[in-house]
Design a protein around this ligand. Structure first.
Ligand code: GLU
Length: 438
């Protein structure tokens, strides 16, 4: 139904607002996206035919800064979905305290069906249609599901041609030689990894005893599996869009990544030098992966994976949401009842947009940072905000998602109040600062 996803997304806002005293106008303003654009993108296909694709770009809210958020290429993209993703970006940027509002874009397409040249024409065509809606100081896109750094490079190049000046700061997630940042590629996973490391300290985990399942083996899934494997965590299950593998003794992640990126197949393998052997593992479905007997579950694919149907059967004690919106609202309550700690998407995957912010700052200043600087600054932000959200969760006796919303709403409300709300405009007394007669 149209508008259903967005309405669901907003219900979390009301829930959080009911916990904390937040200015009503601040909450109200977040319910309405600032502007939504729908475009048609004509693309000449390799066989000479013409196909018209539909695309969207949404500005959700730009009070705290220009709107920021990725562009998704997926057959299930809809305006309703893009609006919700843009709303989550507003909240996410406020959670980590970076000076952006939220935006998002999408094109209805299965990019796997396009040739590379068709994909380039589509990417450039999309920018031609939305060029006046984006800009380095207004709305800054980035990669999302099924878009990558090369596509960002094409888009930046197209935008620069349209405005007749090189504009690297119009888009983030670019290839490094085109103004991209060190550390952007694995930033989403790294941010989630820093959250897990903090939890490891709080809970005194022994990584070797922790079993992890990762749903989705794209950019985010691969990097987080690799980082945790390197620290001794047992990554026992992985899946991609075609299904998954489960090996209770743990998987050799570098080998699995090597084979997946060579043959596109997700296989339980062990490679020594360049010789790879298939090892014992069970084939499982994406749904089965979510219900495995593991300690940490990491959804790193799409929305609405953990629902009221499967939530009662989830055995993990911690869920780290690297995907956007992997848990439905009604599943939230079930997970809370089961005492499962959910590090919510708006915190767990905020490393991506945080390093995008670093990229934009570097583009604007023309001075580029090295990788240790990126890691150190990302770590600082993730740790600070993880701690903020964690202590709000404890003081409000709520779940971590609600705490993250409260945190974001507080920051957003500060900006709303700074412009004046009903309390200010209807007050009778004049403050000393205003009483200037000079
Ligand atoms: N698509 C990513 C997200 O959902 C990154 C957005 C960005 O870097 O602007 O957070």
């Amino acid at each position: 139904m149209s508008g259903e996803i967005y309405a669901q997304a907003l219900s979390r806002l009301d829930k959080a607002a009911s916990y904390a005293k937040i200015n009503k106008e601040a909450v109200e303003k977040l319910k309405f996206p600032k502007a939504c654009l729908e475009v048609s993108i004509p693309v000449r296909m390799d066989n000479g035919s013409l196909r018209i694709f539909t695309g969207y770009r949404v500005h959700h809210n730009d009070l705290r800064g220009p709107t920021k958020g990725g562009i998704r290429f997926h057959p299930n993209v809809s305006l309703d979905e893009v609006k919700s993703l843009a709303f989550w970006m507003t909240i996410k940027c406020a959670v980590v305290g970076i000076p952006y509002g939220g935006g998002k874009g999408g094109v209805i397409v299965d990019p796997k069906e396009l040739s590379r040249m068709e994909l380039e024409r589509l990417s450039r065509g999309y920018i031609q249609q939305i060029a006046s809606f984006i800009g380095p100081d207004t709305d800054i896109p980035a990669p999302d599901v099924y878009t990558n750094s090369m596509i960002m490079g094409w888009m930046m190049d197209e935008y620069s041609k349209i405005v007749r000046r090189l504009s690297p700061a119009v888009i983030t997630g670019k290839p490094i030689p085109l103004g991209g940042s060190q550390g952007r590629e694995d930033a989403t996973s790294r941010g989630g990894y820093y959250c897990i490391k903090e939890l490891e300290k709080i809970k005194s985990w022994n990584p070797k005893k922790m079993r992890v399942a990762v749903q989705g083996f794209g950019n985010a899934g691969q990097f987080i599996a690799e980082m945790l494997h390197r620290d001794g965590y047992q990554v026992v299950a992985l899946s991609d869009s075609k299904g998954g593998i489960y090996r209770p003794q743990g998987l050799d992640i570098p080998s699995v990544i090597h084979v997946k990126n060579k043959s596109k197949e997700l296989q339980a393998v062990y490679c020594k030098d360049s010789v790879c052997e298939v090892v014992d593992a069970t084939r499982i479905t994406n749904e089965e992966l979510l219900e495995l007997d593991v300690d940490i579950l990491i959804p790193a694919a799409l929305e609405n994976q953990i629902t009221k149907k499967n939530a009662p059967r989830i055995k993990a004690s911690v869920i780290v949401e690297l995907a956007n919106g992997p848990t439905t609202i009604d599943a939230d309550d079930i997970l809370k009842e089961k005492n499962i700690l959910v590090i919510p998407d708006i915190l767990a995957n905020a490393g991506g947009v945080t390093v995008s912010y670093f990229e934009w700052v570097q583009n604007k200043s023309g001075y580029y940072w090295d990788l240790p600087t990126i890691h150190q600054r990302l770590h600082e932000i993730m740790l600070r905000e993880f701690k903020n959200v964690f202590s709000l969760m404890e003081s409000h006796k709520t779940d971590m998602r609600t705490a993250a919303y409260i945190h974001a709403l507080n920051r957003h409300a500060e900006a709303v109040v700074a412009l004046g709300t009903q309390d200010y405009f209807s007050a009778q007394t004049i403050s000393r600062a205003e009483n200037v007669t000079a």
